[in-house]
Write a protein that binds this ligand. Structure first.
Ligand SMILES: Nc1ncnc2c1ncn2[C@@H]1O[C@H](COP(=O)(O)OP(=O)(O)OP(=O)(O)O)[C@@H](O)[C@H]1O
Length: 273
């Protein structure tokens, strides 16, 4: 992984403005409110995690922002663009739960793919060289390999490198480390932290892990279920750049206790609905 180089890295990317967002599933008359009046502003270069009980709408929120699901009400603006315009202009990088690499392309060619699709949209960007990018993610030795020759953790790193390659204005990550074991997961999250602190992109990151949300984020959006909504937005006022030492600080542990107790509150509420 790259060394942590910058204390004062300029924030990059576009902000996100989510306003009165509503998303329903189901047939008319039997609808379920997956997102009920969700309002959230993500500043350019801000890292925001979304946490909450199963079924509270975290993935749905990310999918609406990514343009994979259409909203039933409200709006999402990325910079000054609608989601549709942002997807056309390739402003959004998405890292799904499973790495979704093309098995017949080498690691290098998987990372090159977003540079090759709709190249006109890449004009004026700082595109990253796939080899350099993969090397900075500790995969310099695996450029010619195929996805099946890599471990799950390495594959997920390729997927993250691929999302960074075309310099998107906004990165959306839906539990990117959930399939990994705890040791691997911790390594990957510290690697992402390191990379992000050097490049400062706007990020929306879904996770079930409280420590993961704290170590990575500037703010944590706590969601509640039935209907899916924002219960609280929690500031993470820990100094940056952060390293694994952050876990050991009193401030970290205090915040972890607070987030866990608020998570328990919303889970208890949901149990009584
Ligand atoms: N395509 C769909 N059709 C119908 N209902 C859906 C669909 N996608 C999600 N839902 C429902 O919407 C609600 C929110 O789902 P979502 O996957 O966004 O939750 P989540 O917070 O990401 O959950 P988890 O933490 O378990 O991944 C759930 O009740 C889910 O069953």
């Amino acid at each position: 992984m790259t060394a942590i180089v910058a204390e004062n890295v300029t924030a990059n990317g576009h902000g996100v403005e989510i306003s009165h967002l509503v998303k329903k599933f189901g047939r008319p008359g039997q609808e379920m409110l997956a997102l009920d009046d969700v309002n959230l502003t993500v500043a350019p270069g801000e890292f925001v995690s979304v946490i909450g009980p199963s079924g509270c709408g975290k993935s749905t929120l990310l999918k609406v922002v990514a343009g994979l699901l259409e909203a039933d009400g409200g709006s999402v603006t990325i910079g000054t663009d609608s989601v549709l315009e942002a997807t056309k202009r390739k402003l959004i990088g998405l890292v799904p739960q499973a790495p979704a690499l093309l098995p017949w392309r080498s690691v290098r060619d998987n990372v090159k793919l977003p540079l090759q699709i709709n190249p006109a949209a890449n004009a004026g960007r700082t595109l990253r060289d796939p080899d350099e990018l993969l090397t900075s993610f500790g995969l310099g030795h695996a450029l010619e390999k195929f996805p099946k020759q890599l471990s799950g953790g390495m594959q997920q790193r390729v997927a993250i490198a691929r999302a960074f390659a075309f310099d998107p204005a906004l990165l959306l990550m839906d539990e990117p480390f959930s399939a990994l074991d705890e040791i691997n997961r911790d390594q990957q999250r510290l690697g992402l932290l390191d990379f992000w602190q050097t490049h400062r992109k706007s990020v929306m990151f879904v996770t079930h892990s409280v420590p993961e949300a704290i170590v990575l984020s500037d703010r944590i959006v706590l969601m509640a279920a039935r209907p899916g909504r924002i219960a609280e937005i929690i500031d993470v006022n820990l100094p940056r750049p952060r390293t694994e030492d952050a876990y050991a600080s009193d401030a970290f542990r205090e915040l972890e206790g607070y987030v866990r107790s608020r998570l328990a509150d919303v889970m208890q509420e949901a149990a009584h609905v």
